[in-house]
Design a protein around this ligand. Sequence first.
Ligand code: BGC
Length: 414
Amino acid sequence: MTLRMTLAASAASLCYASVAMAGPQAEVLHWWTSGGEARAVAVLQEEFAARGGTWTDMPVAGGGGDAAMTALRARVLSGNAPTAVQLKGPAIQEWYEEGVLADISAVAEAEGWEDILPASIAGHMQCEGVWCAAPVNVHRVDWVWANKAILEANDIAMPTTWEEFNAAAEKLQAAGITPLAHGGQAWQDATVFETVVLGLGGPDFFRAALIDLDTDALTSDTMKAVFDQMRVMRGFVDSNFSGRDWNLATAMVMNGEAAFQIMGDWAKGEFLAAGKVPGEDFLCASTPGDGYLYNVDSFAMFTVSGDDNIAGQQLLAELIVGENFQKVFNLNKGSIPVRSDLALDDFDSCAILSANEMTATSEAGSLLPSYAHGMALRGAQAGAITDVVTAHFNSDMSSEEAVQMLVDAVANSL
Ligand code: BGC
């Protein structure tokens, strides 16, 4: 065969291939746009491309995913859902009930998800007996991050109680240092709030108040004490906090502009992306008190037509729970793998702490879903609570008023 004939033959076969099937396709809606997040999601894009997939990226910036969820609703209402969507917690079941999610049980069964995923995580991925989402990771929400040099220079240890936290913050403030890096966005206020509910009330109180929405718990003196602590913490943030993105708050801790941040371990992804080392440059500890607030990222596949799109969804689901992705993605993201069969040898001390405490709290009954990150409640109820938390944090509302508003808002959302 001459060179010309060979080229002609391969051009013809390429052409045939593109007519028959362009290969797996996926339009992926997610909100991973910060430095650490982008580095992590790139792992999935690379694996997808290596398997012949074409990825159409649909990033919607906005921590916590509120903007992404608004974009999703608009797309679904216009009858043009993305193929794969970062979705989690009860929102998965809510979308399934709308009849717009695909059944990915064939992939789950072929890959043996039942055996490699803890039951607590698998439950979130199932809708009326079928697998309807693929889990990515376990993020822990109740963390406090600190600039190590600042703590050392001020002779402060990582706080183990909220009194110690307040005392440390007052000492830092007296030394002219912003104690708490915070971004005044509703979901960030809610993130801090739930760690205080857990810390001051304990796991049973957290369950009663933020999962069971028990009126006695919502109106209790403990809940008043939670709002009192939120008011104290409002005094520890700088004057420019309003509207600040969470990753900019993390950067303040990193750059020595603030001492602490209370945020899930996606913050660690930012430290790592900037080359910072846990234990040397920054410190991690669970927020004061018992328990563990988990936040499992996952992808749900929307019903789409076309073999290429369906192949894309199935490939994504397979890769997401695959060993390599689980390891490399989570090393970058700051979270830990969802698979219980992966060794954590390459993970840092914060991740090991997270994994150990996840096991311990699971046994003790204090492994709890995060309300602030959409794992515990349906959207309307979580939104009603967050509105009150943020209204209180950004005004001079008393704790008594906040508690009354909270119980009314929850009642109206049911
Ligand atoms: C998500 C994380 C994300 C964070 C900040 C959380 O709700 O679970 O994956 O990094 O929001 O956007």
